[in-house]
Write a protein that binds this ligand. Structure first.
Ligand code: P53
Length: 475
């Protein structure tokens, strides 16, 4: 029977663009996140044509982590964090993305940040590309639809691998690379790949091309990283929302299977180093004439990942719609699951699903896993005495940790660590809101941008501190 080891990486996760702010400080360039306005549960975030005056761009200030990180890392250390997942903002290192020489001030910032973590024995866990590619690569190259972007990315990856080779061991290449399986979502295409679909274009085909280039870039990055430091562990990062059949009707089960294939083939390529048969056949049937070379296929095979990093927030369900092609369209083919309750943002909370997906990943890929995001986005209230009683967040995390432990102790899954999302309140990726909070630490900043950015420990702060101190025994 497995156990959470004594080196289990308890921690928390964030992404550069959602908390650093300082969007134009020390030579940083404009990223895709810098041209996204605020939305809410009913309104998508806008994507503007460059930064336009008069709009609210919540990522520009974030929670000003760029200037306040020593205070924040100290709070993480107080909770007992062993790891801290963040990303390196590509635009701090290569402001436009296509320069040959990096920006030293940006490199220095992450040196200092990682040093600050290591001071407390907190291991930085680093995502190379987390929804924040240089906007210049979108306007000049069309984002990841362009093969040239592979080399720009590799220049970035090599630069940071070399610079931080003695400070960072755990890396991930592309955050939630599979969100774009939902190719109808402007948000997913833009944040994953800097794609803006032109009239008359087949969004699905463009997505398959961009994803291919990203997967090649990831495979090459894995190989480059291993040359720089053979001890590196380089993973993929998959947004895992399992898709259940609504009923035991065979057609529903088959539809759900294709839905899973459509959302998770990205993991097949990362882990197996090759495309699954169903997808090759699908692309052939669609007469997609994709730029996939024999050299690319060799790179994919040579650059498989060491572990599966994944986020887990919710599960989905689907049902048969009578189409024999089984084509899965995430925008239209999901149905509510009557057995689980949804959050205020419509995310269907399902802790048992976490154990299910840990088994699913293990059976498909037989690799170590790392839960690099999990959490409950909810409105918090600061009471008159200045406290935040976030018992619903504690309940969510407790339920998920219970299932996580079962997957390890009963099912034998090899789990590296657990870094709940947004360990300090930050800007929501999906909506741009501050009010969709995940943190153990409250940040006084509101959706309209007001607030003094003060940090407050929530009830969950003390709860998680105890969880870590007892290695998950006291929940
Ligand atoms: P927010 C969709 C589905 C699952 C995870 O999300 C997702 C998304 C995109 O919104 O994103 C991840 O902030 C992502 C983080 C993000 C977090 O989940 O929309 O990796 O950047 O903040 C939570 O509530």
């Amino acid at each position: 029977m497995g156990q959470l080891g004594k080196d289990f990486l308890w921690g928390g996760a964030v992404a550069a663009h959602q908390l650093e702010g300082a969007w134009q400080v020390d030579g940083k360039g404009i990223s895709v996140a810098d041209v996204m306005t605020a939305g809410d549960v009913n309104h998508q975030r806008g994507i503007t044509d460059g930064v336009q005056p008069g709009n609210n761009y919540p990522n520009h200030e974030g929670i000003d982590f760029y200037h306040r990180y020593p205070e924040d890392i100290k709070l993480f250390a107080e909770m007992g964090f062993k790891s801290f997942r963040t990303s390196i903002a590509w635009t701090r290192i290569f402001p436009n993305g296509d320069e040959t020489q990096p920006n030293e001030a940006g490199l220095k910032f992450y040196d200092d940040l990682f040093e600050e973590c290591l001071k407390y024995d907190i291991q930085p866990v680093i995502t190379l590309s987390h929804f924040e590619m240089p906007y210049h690569l979108v306007t000049e190259y069309g984002g990841w639809r362009n093969r040239k972007v592979i080399d720009f990315f590799l220049n970035f990856a090599e630069t940071v691998f070399k610079r931080y080779r003695n400070k960072v061991k755990y890396w991930m290449t592309f955050n939630e690379i599979n969100n774009q399986a939902n190719y109808h979502s402007q948000f997913a295409l833009f944040t994953n790949s800097g794609l803006q679909i032109q009239p008359g274009e087949d969004a699905e085909k463009v997505m398959y091309q961009a994803a291919h280039y990203e997967l090649v870039a990831s495979a090459k990055a894995v190989q480059i990283g291993k040359q720089i430091n053979p001890d590196f562990k380089i993973g993929c990062m998959i947004a895992m929302c399992p898709i259940y059949p609504l009923t035991a009707k065979p057609e529903d089960v088959l539809k759900a299977e294709r839905a899973m294939q459509t959302r998770y083939w990205f993991a097949d390529v990362h882990c197996h180093g090759r495309y699954p048969e169903w997808l090759l056949q699908y692309q052939k049937n669609q007469h997609y004439d994709l730029d996939i070379t024999a050299d690319d296929l060799k790179e994919l095979a040579a650059g498989t990942v060491d572990y599966i990093g994944f986020s887990y927030y919710m599960s989905f369900a689907t049902k048969d719609n009578g189409e024999t092609t089984l084509h899965y369209d995430e925008e239209h083919d999901l149905v509510p699951n009557p057995y689980v309750k949804a959050s205020e943002w419509g995310w269907q909370v399902d802790s048992v699903g976490l154990r299910y997906v840990m088994n699913w990943f293990n059976d498909h890929y037989h690799l170590p896993e790392f839960i690099v995001e999990n959490g409950f986005g909810a409105v918090d209230h600061v009471e008159a005495d200045g406290q935040v009683h976030d018992s619903n967040r504690i309940n969510y995390l407790r339920d998920h940790i219970i299932q996580m432990k079962k997957a390890v102790e009963i099912d034998g899954v090899d789990l590296i660590g657990y870094t709940p999302w947004g360990c300090i309140d930050l800007v929501s990726a999906g909506t741009g809101q501050m009010s969709k909070r995940y943190g153990f630490i409250y940040v006084d900043k509101q959706d309209d941008g007001t607030g003094n950015l003060a940090r407050i420990k929530k009830d969950s702060f003390y709860w998680y501190q105890k969880v870590i101190a007892t290695n998950g025994d006291v929940l």
